[in-house]
Structure formats: structure tokens, C-alpha cells
Write a protein that binds this ligand. Structure first.
Ligand code: GLU
Length: 304
């Protein structure tokens, strides 16, 4: 039997809000229901987007919510050597190249698909004269990326025409999310990834990198993402309200309702820990709506 190891991997771009609570709760319940481990990984790979104090605040909120993780917390900021090593292997396989294009040059000329502008391949066969390297891209072969998700409809993506050669090291020298998440999930032996469906379109890129690096592909479960009345994902930018200790009981109940999970009766009599235990025992993936977005409860949305 494969050992179950899951994870929650928040980026410290703000305090935990209802949207991230749903990803935390879904990954936690799925792991614990299968007697699995659940790791906490702080994805602090992007200092410009990081908010001071957000890491501590997320950790504190998870503790107050009564969610317990296994082992020490890992921090992407301390794992650069692993990402470097993976890029070294891809360089050796001739899968990487230096790109001298700016974001503006690309958006001015590129075809734009659902995943964003498709890199037109300008630097694929060498930097044009007079250009200096900015970012590093991975060559994408003309393959169909397929994701078999435990909840969402199967996804097929033509990587070359829908995404194009993508960045693994940015112009500011930071590693891209795609390479870091692939390296970490493999190195930490994550068997099951449960996260928001906003990351479904990134998954073929991650599977592609796993294949180039000879790494296993975990099982994927992409949960519906909580959106506001304008269908925008709850985030710092949409002024999503943070989950606070005062409303943690109702936050847990709301997250379970959002995932259409059964609740004990009467729900308000259950203590925090009883609620989790009930939810772990009764976790039912088939009850979660197989859609990419769902309306967040009104109390977590900032009024217009
Ligand atoms: N760090 C990402 C986020 O906060 C999640 C990455 C993942 O679960 O793969 O949206």
C-alpha cells in the first residue's frame, strides 16, 4: 500500500483567509481520513510578494484552528540548493536556455491563451545578437499534458501551443513556483496534492518537469476555489477578510459547508477538536462539487 503523505503549501502573501482555509482543510481532511501524514510548507520563494509577519500569522492561525501538521515546517527560502541542483540537471539535458525577452516584449507579440501569453520562442535557438540573458526557460516538446484529477474533469493541455516554453528562473534570479513545487513535492515524498483549482492549469507544466527530472507524479485533487461576487478568487488583492481566532469555530464549519461535507448535529455543540474528528471520519471527496469556483460565504467577502 502506498503511504499517504499530503501537504499544505501557503505563500506568505497575507494572513490566512477563507480561500486558503479551504485548501488547508481539504488537504488536512483527505490526509487524516486516510491515516496519512500532513506537512506544512511555507512557499516563501518570492520576497517581493511576501508580507512581513504573514508566515507567523498563518502558522498561528492554523494552530488556533486546531490543525496539527507532521514534522518540522519547511521553508522554500531554505531550499534553493535543491532547485539549483534540479536546474543543473535540466541544463545538462539541454532542456534549458537563456531568454533575453522582457515581459512587455512578449505580451506585445504573443498569442494569449487561458494560461497567459504563449512565449513565441524568440530566444529558443540562442540569444539574438546584442541581447543579454534575463530569465531561464525550459523547452517544451510538442506533447499533450494530461491531468487525471480525483475530482475535476480530466484535463488535456497542448503544452507547446497553449503554454509555450516557460520560465524556471526569473529575471530577478528567483526560482519559479513551477520548479520549486515539483522539486519539493518529490523531495518530501508527497503522494497526494490537494489544493485550489486555480492551480489546475499549472499542473501539466509540473507533470512535464517531473517527467524531465525522472520524478514521480503525485495524485491530484483540485478543490473549488472560493470566489467573491465578481467571481474573483479571494486574496489580499480582493481584500478577503482574514480568519481570526474569534470566528475560528464558524470558519471551520463554513469550510466544511463550502466543501459540502456532512456536519454533526447539532453542529454548534461540537468543540473545535470534535468538529475536526467528525470531519476526518466523515470526509467524502465525492460530495465536493466538481467545479473550479464556488461562491464564498458572504461573511468572508468585503462588501462593495
Ligand atoms: N503556494 C501556493 C499558493 O499559496 C500553493 C501551491 C501548491 O499547493 O501547489 O497558492
Amino acid at each position: 500500500m502506498t503511504r499517504y503523505r499530503g501537504r499544505f503549501a501557503p505563500s506568505p502573501t497575507g494572513p490566512l483567509h477563507f480561500g486558503s482555509l479551504v485548501a488547508a482543510a481539504g488537504s488536512y481532511l483527505d490526509a487524516r481520513h486516510q491515516q496519512g501524514e500532513w506537512l506544512l510548507r511555507i512557499e516563501d520563494l518570492d520576497p517581493p510578494r511576501e508580507i512581513a509577519g504573514a508566515t507567523d500569522s498563518i502558522i498561528r492561525t492554523l494552530e488556533q484552528l486546531g490543525m496539527t501538521w507532521d514534522g518540522p515546517i519547511s521553508y522554500q527560502s531554505q531550499r534553493s540548493h535543491l532547485y539549483d541542483e534540479a536546474l543543473g540537471r535540466l541544463w545538462q539535458q539541454d532542456y534549458l536556455y537563456d531568454c533575453g525577452c522582457s515581459r512587455k516584449e512578449i505580451t506585445d507579440t504573443a498569442v494569449v491563451t487561458e494560461t497567459g501569453p504563449v512565449y513565441p520562442g524568440t530566444c529558443r535557438n540562442g540569444l539574438p545578437p546584442g541581447r543579454s540573458p534575463r530569465s531561464v526557460r525550459v523547452r517544451v516538446d510538442p506533447v499533450t499534458g494530461s491531468v487525471r484529477d480525483r475530482l475535476q474533469a480530466p484535463l488535456q493541455q497542448q503544452l507547446a501551443s497553449e503554454v509555450g516554453d516557460f520560465i524556471v528562473r526569473r529575471a530577478d534570479q528567483l526560482f519559479s513556483y513551477q520548479i520549486a513545487v515539483v522539486v519539493d513535492d518529490a523531495e518530501q515524498q508527497i503522494s497526494h496534492v490537494v489544493r485550489g483549482a486555480d492551480l489546475l492549469d499549472s499542473t501539466p507544466r509540473q507533470i512535464y518537469l517531473q517527467q524531465l527530472l525522472g520524478l514521480p507524479t503525485p495524485e491530484y485533487l483540485h478543490l473549488p476555489v472560493a470566489v467573491d461576487s465578481k467571481l474573483a478568487k479571494l486574496s489580499k488583492q480582493t481584500f478577503a477578510r482574514p480568519v481570526t481566532p474569534d470566528d475560528r469555530h464558524s470558519a471551520i464549519i463554513n469550510a466544511l459547508r463550502f466543501l459540502r461535507q456532512p456536519l454533526p448535529d447539532p453542529v454548534h455543540d461540537a468543540s473545535r477538536d470534535e468538529l475536526w474528528q467528525w470531519a476526518i471520519d466523515h470526509w467524502d471527496v465525492t460530495a465536493v462539487p466538481a467545479c473550479r469556483t464556488l461562491a464564498a460565504p458572504v461573511e468572508y467577502i468585503e462588501p462593495d
